[in-house]
Write a protein that binds this ligand. Structure first.
Ligand code: TA6
Length: 278
């Protein structure tokens, strides 16, 4: 049985970080947002990107890693005062389980008891992170009410790349909504490269996307999703964002396993959204 150990540290802004190490690598997660900040594989290669200017005092979502967007994605459908991408990524979570399994190690987070669920409190949520030969991030939602509820979500993963201009994505297909063109539909390009601001919701159940970054290849698996979101703010947006350096866009790309089609969750039903990285 593999053995893992946990260590604790603090970010510059004061947020706690839990680090798990085993023979497959190392992950670091802040209970603030149950936010994965680092995933180093068995070769010690860091797969996630975090902004040098990330805000780490709990006053805003951490820029980078894997923000948990839940129980909605983007702006709230009706409440303009509600936070972008839901409240999961800016609420406190608690680590409730650490297990070593035959194939790897598992951490389970649930919203901290003191977390007020201002919206959609009928929905219970847990985040399970498993470090084996791959990293598996599982977001499980349960509708505790007898009435149906609608759910959108995303595992908004920021991948670290050497130079986004040299990155290729393989495995996306079908149409995407371009958020920079009022959601107009376009066909996914055969050769998928990033050379300007990119904000696309791919309406595909693509289960495997490969991110090619020079010699590096990252395999991104998805399940329980109805879309894959690809985002890079490019230069102008990076310069506007206070938690990004001006050239921060060059070494990151978001490939997000997402639910953006208003999934209707029957009373008592559960839904699992999962991304794997290897
Ligand atoms: O996933 C793409 C996106 O919805 C973009 O539209 C952009 O807003 C990005 O998320 C980052 O959002 P954030 O609220 O973290 O700044």
């Amino acid at each position: 049985m593999p053995h893992s150990n946990l260590s604790h540290s603090t970010l510059p802004g004061g947020l706690d970080v839990i680090t798990l190490s085993n023979q497959h690598g190392q992950i670091s997660i802040s209970p603030f947002g149950a936010h994965l900040l680092s995933y180093k594989n068995a070769k010690g290669i860091e797969r996630l990107w975090v902004s040098e200017r990330a805000i780490t005092d709990g006053s805003a979502a951490i820029r980078g890693g894997v923000p948990v967007c839940w129980p909605w994605f983007g702006p709230h459908p009706t409440d303009s005062h509600a936070p972008q991408h839901g409240w999961a990524r800016t609420m406190q979570w608690s680590l409730v389980s650490h297990r070593d399994l035959p194939t790897g190690s598992e951490l389970v987070f649930i919203p901290a008891s003191e977390t007020k669920a201002p919206l959609r409190s009928a929905l219970a949520v847990k985040l399970i992170v498993t470090l084996s030969q791959q990293l598996t991030i599982t977001l499980r939602t349960t509708n505790l009410d007898s009435e149906p509820a609608f759910l959108n979500a995303a595992l908004h993963t920021y991948f670290a790349v050497s130079d986004v201009k040299n990155v290729k994505l393989v495995g996306l297909q079908g149409q995407y909504s371009d958020k920079l063109c009022q959601g107009q539909l376009f066909e996914t390009p055969e050769v998928y490269q990033i050379n300007s601001e990119t904000d696309r919701v791919h309406h595909c159940y693509c289960g495997n996307v490969t991110l090619i970054d020079g010699e590096q290849q990252i395999n991104i698996g998805s399940s329980g999703h109805d879309s894959i979101v690809v985002w890079n703010p490019w230069q102008a947006k990076s310069q506007e964002m206070k938690d990004m350096t001006d050239d921060g866009y060059l070494t990151m790309i978001c490939v997000e396993t997402a639910l953006t089609g208003d999934v209707k969750l029957a009373g008592g039903a559960s839904h699992t959204l999962e991304q794997t990285i290897s």
